[in-house]
Design a protein around this ligand. Sequence first.
Ligand SMILES: Cc1cc2nc3c(=O)[nH]c(=O)nc-3n(C[C@H](O)[C@H](O)[C@H](O)COP(=O)(O)O)c2cc1C
Length: 171
Amino acid sequence: MDFEKICESRFSVRAFKSDPVEEEKVEKLLKFVRLAPTAKNGQPYEIYVANTSAALEKVKKASPNTFGAPLVFVLCRDENKKWANRYSGENQILQDMGIIATTLLYGAVNLGLGAIYVCNVDPDVLKKELGLPANLVVSSIVPVGYIAESCEPSKMHGSRREIKEFIHSVE
Ligand SMILES: Cc1cc2nc3c(=O)[nH]c(=O)nc-3n(C[C@H](O)[C@H](O)[C@H](O)COP(=O)(O)O)c2cc1C
């Protein structure tokens, strides 16, 4: 799909069909993630794929926001792979994780799927449920699936500032 069309059609999906996402599409989404940029190419992520009812139940214990998705990516950051900006000292790992999540959002649309970025998750509960090693922290989850017919973009989706409200010329 053309990138302009992907940007125009993406919205946060809060109702999914129960139909499973084909393995081939799951693999493609992971391929898109692999190609995403990260600070100093640190690739500080580990991705857990939940697409069985037992796995999805574990995720639901940590978040009320899975919206019936048959597939949830749990995005974890590896605290041993942090990398800081030399001027500000600011760690770039959260930016890296945001890029990974965003790649999944747009990648899903490209494959005829919908998705949503969810931070409303208890990282400690999910860490325990998944038996994650000490160095991993749950950053967010991204539920993915086919969009339910009843699903509409939220009011927030339609509420955007005009470009002139956020553009500034550098003199
Ligand atoms: C970092 C981040 C965290 C978010 N967390 C949640 C969440 O926990 N639950 C939820 O329903 N939506 C969540 N969203 C979706 C936003 O509410 C949504 O992107 C925003 O309202 C704009 O709507 P749109 O994505 O449909 O254009 C999150 C989005 C981002 C970027």
